[in-house]
Design a protein around this ligand. Structure first.
Ligand SMILES: Nc1ncnc2c1ncn2[C@@H]1O[C@H](COP(=O)(O)OP(=O)(O)OP(=O)(O)O)[C@@H](O)[C@H]1O
Length: 260
């Protein structure tokens, strides 16, 4: 069952004549990992950033089509492109969290980083807050490494630890979906392996979309793969079909390394 449905979606940046994405239709399946792959500039990040309207930090973007998000409570599917109010956009970004290529910890303690979103969401009870922070750090596979220094600055963590902290911070507010934009491209192979294992673990609780340049990574961890090219979605299928038995010539050329 899809948690998101992207339907006939087109996107144009402000001041740009031509759309960067054209007529994209694909589901983001619940409790699965969906990888977005394709050569540089094909629109992977643009699509990912549309899924929580993070583009709208800057005004003037043009959206067409629909991106429907399943409301876990009511079962309704609401078009997130219709959201206008700032507080509703903030709520959307809690439901659909985002992890960037470079870890983005806040310059505050490890504890406060994870508690931040919970406090914004209105959680005040100190014991409950501490429990939720502990659980999120466990979900982020970081608890063992930081439980005795929660009051220390997050900036003192290694890159891989910072990225897991950002994941813990996103997970803490119990999102429906987490979007990952090349989350391991700034990390060494060991940290990368730890994040990949973490994503596979996390999908039990949350649905995941990931942009990656690393095709081995897409084939290792994703359930579904979307191959994009020059703003179009060329092919979407189960990951094993995309890598072993693609239907489109362009997909085959890309995954066999003939271009890109
Ligand atoms: N802020 C912007 N304003 C105008 N055009 C943009 C902006 N950001 C991206 N683009 C254009 O949109 C297209 C898609 O870019 P996008 O970054 O989504 O591609 P990508 O597949 O994620 O690339 P990469 O793999 O290099 O990160 C490109 O042609 C790019 O030049």
């Amino acid at each position: 069952m899809p948690v998101m449905n992207i339907k006939k979606f087109s996107f144009t940046y402000p001041g740009v004549e031509h759309p960067s994405l054209r007529n994209i239709t694909l589901p983001i399946e619940k409790n699965k990992i969906t990888a977005l792959i394709g050569p540089s500039g094909c629109g992977k990040s643009t699509l990912l950033r549309s899924m929580n309207r993070i583009h709208d930090v800057y005004p003037g973007n043009k959206y067409d089509g629909k991106i429907e998000l399943l409301d876990a409570v009511t079962g309704e599917r609401n078009n997130i492109l219709e959201i206008q109010k700032e507080n509703e956009l903030i709520k959307l970004r809690q439901q659909v969290g985002m992890i960037f290529q470079k870890p983005t910890p806040f310059p505050m303690s490890i504890f406060d980083n994870v508690a931040y979103g919970l406090k914004i969401a209105g959680l005040k009870n100190k014991t409950e807050l501490a429990d939720r922070v502990e659980q999120a750090l466990k979900d982020g596979a970081l608890w063992k490494e930081v439980h005795d220094r929660l009051g220390k600055s997050a900036m003192g963590l290694s890159g891989g630890q910072q990225q897991r902290l950002c994941i813990a911070r996103a997970v803490a507010v119990k999102p429906e979906v987490i979007l990952f934009d090349e989350p391991t491209s700034a990390l060494d192979p060991i940290s990368t392996g730890a994040i990949e294992e973490l994503l596979v673990e996390l999908k039990k609780d949350v649905s995941i979309a990931i942009v990656t340049h690393n095709m081995q990574q897409a084939s290792r961890i994703s359930d579904y793969t979307a191959f994009m090219y020059l703003g179009d979605l060329i092919e979407y299928d189960k990951t094993e079909n995309i890598f072993l038995n693609p239907k489109e010539k362009k997909t085959e050329d890309y995954i066999t390394g003939r271009f890109g």
